[in-house]
Structures are given as structure tokens and as C-alpha cells.
Ligand binder design. Structure first.
Ligand code: MN
Length: 232
């Protein structure tokens, strides 16, 4: 009988402890940071959110400084790329995996700078900005901050956007900002997909995503601003 009650006590303790750690785990978001590449064997699942931070908005002139990844589990994996490093095999493996959707906000820029830097082609891709432009025709505000506020009631700060991403050590504010740009893209995509289906625009959205590598090639090969489809 004594042994029995001891077992019961242990069981209770186990249940209390495991619930506690689950709750902590549930709310605990971690920003992992690395230099120059992701560690080996990090799995992100079938859809991986990706973003970059750079020295500016010209993918040919400006240095790629940071690449962020998230599987949508609340954790962000942030890789700082030091100057003159252009080989990151684990990153390139994920970006070129034909079975992984690379999920961006304004994919055109990120694909261009990643293609130019690593000499790789990135597909398949999904762009939340294109999806937004196809369904949120009632507004011209398609920035990530606006989208997250309207669709997910999440407020993110854009204060660090134009900070020095080439710094040797990133600040805590920069790391948190970099993480916030990938952490919510999966939920955002789910919401945008509902609206794309509702408005019967999923097919044209997918066609746009598939065209992105061509649009990027035009950007890098000398037609960044020209619309080659226009008459003039
Ligand atoms: Mn960003």
C-alpha cells in the first residue's frame, strides 16, 4: 500500500512537472544565432520561412549580411554571413531543395540577393507580398507590418530595418527584429491562402510565384525597372 501511494505521488509530480514544462515550452520562443552557415541536419519541414538583411536594396552592390529561417514553430534560426563568405552548403541545400517551399515576404529581392551571392536558383517559392496584392485589392499597403497588423493582429517593430547589418556583432534589438520577419509568415500564408481560394486567385498566384525566378533573372541581367510586357 505504501509503495502504491509512493507511485501515485510520483505520478502526480510527473504530471505537474510535464504540464509545467509543456507550458513553458509552448510560450518559449528561441532565436538561435550562427555564423556563416546553418548547423548540419537542421530540418525545417515542407515550408520554410526565409528572410535576409543586407547593406542596402541593390542586390548587386550591397552585401548580404544575415539570413533568417523558421519552420513556423516559433523559433528563428539567424545566420550572420561575414564579408567574403560565399559558400554556405547547408543554407544552399535548403534553398535549392525542390521539395521545400521557400516562403518570403517580397521574394523578388531576397531571391535576387541570394542568387547573386551564392550563384543558386531558388524554387519553389511563395511570396506573401504577391499574395497580398492579389487579394487585398482594397488597399495599397502591402508591407509586412501592415499585413501582420490587419490579418493576424500582430504588431512588429520596423525600427531596426535600416540599421547597420554589416556589424561584427548584432545587437539584441537587431536579432529580435530579424526573427520577427520570419516568425509569422506561416500563419500569414495560411490566411492569405484562404482569401486566394475565396477570390478564385490561387492559380494566378501560383503562376506568379513560379515566374519569380524569371523576374529575378531580369533584375540581375539589366532590366530591374523595365516592364518588358508594356507597350512603350
Ligand atoms: Mn527583414
Amino acid at each position: 500500500m505504501l509503495a502504491f501511494s509512493i507511485i501515485i505521488r510520483f505520478l502526480n509530480l510527473y504530471i505537474i512537472l510535464s504540464t509545467f514544462s509543456y507550458q513553458v515550452y509552448d510560450k518559449y520562443m528561441t532565436n538561435f544565432t550562427y555564423k556563416n552557415d546553418l548547423p548540419n541536419n537542421l530540418e525545417f519541414g515542407p515550408v520554410v520561412a526565409v528572410d535576409t538583411e543586407t547593406m542596402g536594396l541593390n542586390p548587386i552592390r550591397d552585401r548580404l549580411c544575415v539570413i533568417q529561417f523558421s519552420s513556423g514553430d516559433g523559433n528563428a534560426h539567424i545566420v550572420q554571413i561575414e564579408a567574403n563568405v560565399n559558400k554556405s552548403p547547408n543554407i544552399c541545400k535548403i534553398l535549392t531543395d525542390p521539395n521545400k517551399i521557400k516562403l518570403f515576404h517580397f521574394a523578388r529581392f531576397d531571391i535576387a540577393i541570394l542568387k547573386y551571392h551564392f550563384k543558386i536558383d531558388i524554387s519553389p517559392v511563395y511570396c506573401t507580398k504577391i499574395a497580398s496584392k492579389l487579394v487585398r485589392t482594397y488597399t495599397d499597403k502591402h508591407g509586412l507590418k501592415n499585413l501582420l497588423r490587419e490579418m493576424l493582429s500582430i504588431d512588429i517593430s520596423k525600427q531596426q530595418q535600416s540599421s547597420d547589418w554589416g556589424a561584427t556583432e548584432l545587437t539584441k534589438a537587431q536579432i529580435e527584429y530579424a526573427a520577427s520577419d520570419v516568425l509569422h509568415l506561416h500563419t500569414l500564408r495560411d490566411k492569405l491562402n484562404v482569401n486566394l481560394n475565396r477570390e478564385n486567385r490561387m492559380k494566378i498566384a501560383e503562376a506568379c510565384f513560379n515566374f519569380l525566378p524569371v523576374r529575378v533573372a531580369l533584375d540581375l541581367e539589366g532590366w530591374p525597372e523595365d516592364d518588358i510586357f508594356s507597350h512603350s
